[in-house]
Every structure is written in C-alpha cells, then in structure tokens.
Design a protein around this ligand. Structure first.
Ligand code: DGY
Length: 332
C-alpha cells in the first residue's frame, strides 16, 4: 500500500523527520526556506498531513486549495496562525504543542524580566562600546526584582509557572489578571491575587504578558494602558506580537513613561518596529522563549506524534494527544 504523503514546512531535527518517514512519504523543507503561501499550497497538493513550526498561515483559502489535507500539526503552543473553525468545517484535524514548553518559556520570561529590570543588555552594550571608564554609584542602577510586585496578564500554564518563580524564588507579591479567576487551590501556593486589569497596570512593578493572541487581545496594551503603569515599572512580553501596540510602547519608553521593556515577540515579526531599535531601555530577543534544545525537541516530537495519530497510524492511531478539534476524528 502506498504511504500517505506529508509535508514538513520548516527544517526540524533529522531524527524527527526520520521518525515520520517510517510512516509516511515525507517532503521536508531541508533548506529551511520560508515558503510563500503559493509555494506552500503548491507543495501541499496530494499531501494528507502537514507539520508546521508555528508561523505558517493556515486559513480557509489554503484549505480550499489543498483538498487532500487531513491534518495540520504544529510544534507551537500558540495557534493564532491557524483558522481552527475553518479546519474543523473541512474535517481537518489541528493540534498544537502545550505543556512541553511551559517551564522553558517561564524560565525565559523570568530571565527577560530580570534582564529588563537590571538593565543587563543596556549595560553590556555600553561595556562593548568601550565606554566604561570608572565605577559610579548610579551606573545602570535599575529596579529590584526580589520583593517587588509581579503582575501577570494571562494566568495560563506559562503565567502560573512564572508566578511560581517569582513567589517562591524571589519573594515577589503576585497579582494577576485573567478572564477567569484561578481555583483557590492554585492561587494559594503562589499567594496570587486576582485583580482587575486597571489594578494590575497600576500596581505592578514588573508586568509580564503571557495572554494568548486572539482578536480581543489585539493591542490589549496600548497608549491608554501604558499611561496607567508606574513610571518605574517594566513590561515584558513573551506572548505574541500584536498584544502590545509596539509604536505606543516605543513612545512610552523614549519618554520614560515606563522604565523599561523586555520583548521576545513583535507585531509583524521578524520585522521589528524601527523605534524599538533606537530606544536604549528595551531588551529585544527574536522569539526564542521556548528555545532550549530539549524543549524544541519535545515540541517537535509532540507534533509528530499528533500527525502520526491523526492520520490513523502508529500506536495512538485516531487519538492525537493534543488535538484542538478532536471532534473531526469522531465524525469518522
Ligand atoms: C509557541 O509555541 O507558541 C511559541 O511562541 C513558539 O513559537
């Protein structure tokens, strides 16, 4: 029997692709090119499944142009790039990769917040430029992290893991805003208190954004919200570009209306708003919060497990572990 055909849309670990080859006829993006939408559609002809990294846009137009597609499996946890209802309507199974990246992303979110509060990259750039002549009492003096108020916007798995680091490791007071309040047994060990978004912005010394990107979350933090923050506060975004209005943030940073920001995600990335590149009080990283080798491997392996199961082969045939629309398979 001919093997089903699948497309691996970005370069991943060789052994991950080899694992897929045991079950499928695989076309892999060996050169790690970013394919245009037309190229993606062309390569998807006759393919039953697709492994994606997270940036590919899976919308109704692509689905309609690729009638053989039965499964789209992403190695990212965020899936704002996929029109899940459109997939469901066409019987296409979608999966993402939750849990496996929670702790690594929380490590990074916390590190970025600390680098921002303690002005680490600003100080490093100064040193590399050869400008360090003498010690001064206030040279790159920033804000304390320990004992400060940590404000978390979006208290899902990653938000809770960041709260845990702050509360248990750094004695921080944790406040959070989320659509739904955590159960008391989840709040209690963190000493976390639910507050309104206004109170969160007003009270946080260090605001960390981990909310999923949905149309409602577009520019959740803009000019008006930044104006509610303390002048001494920092803002860290490890969620998605678009949650923060980058132009408004750059203005607030330049005018020192907030002290500093740490950004791993950007509107329109890999482009970065030019004004963010010229303000000194921002730490910028290229969407690497989940980028530890073990975690990237775990994310890729989970996407592969989903793809194999979604296309009805392997030990978990018909039961992809982290399907977003499992009802598609129940329909048969
Ligand atoms: C995710 O998994 O959503 C991360 O942002 C990496 O893409």
């Amino acid at each position: 029997m001919n093997k089903q055909r699948v497309l691996v849309a970005r370069k991943v670990f060789d052994d991950v692709v080899d694992h897929l080859r045991k079950h499928f006829d695989v076309e892999a993006n060996e050169r790690d090119e970013v394919w245009s939408q037309d190229e993606l559609i062309r390569r998807l002809q006759g393919k039953a499944g697709m492994f994606i990294a997270g940036g590919e846009k899976i919308d109704a137009a692509l689905l309609d142009a690729c009638p053989d597609l039965r499964a789209v499996c992403s190695m990212a946890v965020g899936y704002n790039n996929i029109d899940v209802p459109a997939c469901t309507a066409r019987g296409v199974l979608v999966s993402n990769a939750p849990d496996v990246l929670t702790e690594t992303t929380a490590d990074f979110g916390f590190a970025l917040m600390m680098a921002t509060a303690r002005r680490i990259t600003e100080a490093e750039h100064f040193l590399r430029r050869g400008e360090w002549q003498r010690w001064s009492v206030d040279m790159f003096a920033g804000a304390d992290v320990h004992g400060a108020t940590l404000g978390i916007l979006g208290m899902g798995r990653i938000g809770r893991a960041i709260a845990q680091r702050g509360a248990l490791g750094f004695g921080m007071r944790v406040i959070y805003h989320n659509r739904s309040r955590l159960a008391p047994e989840l709040e209690a060990p963190l000493g976390a208190r639910w507050v309104s978004q206004e109170e969160l912005l007003r009270e946080a010394d260090h605001l960390v954004i981990v909310v999923p990107y949905t149309p409602d979350a577009h520019h959740l933090i803009g000019e008006a919200e930044l104006a509610q923050m303390k002048r001494s506060a920092t803002l860290t975004n490890v969620a998605r570009g678009g949650v923060v209005d980058d132009a408004a943030l750059a203005r607030a940073l330049r005018e020192r209306r907030i002290a500093a920001a740490g950004l791993d995600v950007f509107e329109g990335e890999p482009q970065v708003h030019p004004d963010l590149l010229t303000v000194p009080n921002v730490v910028l990283t290229p969407h690497i919060a989940s980028a530890s080798i073990p975690t990237r491997r775990a994310m890729a392996n989970l996407a592969v497990d989903n793809l194999i199961a979604a296309l009805g082969v392997g030990p978990q045939a018909g039961r992809p572990p982290t399907a977003l629309n499992p009802e598609v398979l129940a329909r048969g």
